[in-house]
Ligand binder design. Structure first.
Ligand code: 5GP
Length: 120
């Protein structure tokens, strides 16, 4: 299903520099920053710079370079966060049942402590 992209979403505003963020890593394809309401000791978000609502939408519509760009950024962000050795979890919420709040694709990275059960 195709969800229309809304340029007023909070991550679009962050990408446009209208709202400050605590940047962890940035390159041509992605921005990674700390979550404003961390659920674990380390909680960051990686977002593509393109206008994609969620992972399905991104995998369907993004260019190969954008997809490679996001995937190649993951280890760089993990390195910047220092969670590689102890491990971490990546989650992407999609749509209503996934309880996605911000309709711009983001990968949550959670770590810095035992993350706990997959779902609560
Ligand atoms: P979702 O529920 O859409 O998967 O997650 C959205 C995440 O964005 C939440 O963890 C929330 O705390 C985070 N968030 C919402 N607004 C802001 C913001 O203005 N700045 C930052 N850094 N994170 C935000």
């Amino acid at each position: 299903m195709h969800r229309a992209y809304n340029d007023a979403n909070i991550f679009a505003k962050i990408l446009r520099g209208e709202i400050p963020n605590d940047t962890v890593y940035e390159d041509d394809y992605v921005l990674a920053f700390r979550d404003i309401n961390p659920q674990k000791q380390i909680h960051a978000l990686i977002i593509p710079k393109g206008r994609y609502t969620d992972l399905t939408n991104f995998c369907d519509r993004a260019s190969d370079n954008e997809i490679i760009g996001l995937m190649r950024a993951v280890p760089k962000v993990i390195d910047a966060l220092g969670v590689d050795e102890m491990g971490y979890r990546i989650i992407s919420n999609i749509g209503e049942d996934g309880q996605q709040e911000v309709p711009h694709l983001h990968l949550h990275i959670l770590g810095g402590e035992v993350v706990g059960p997959l779902v609560s």
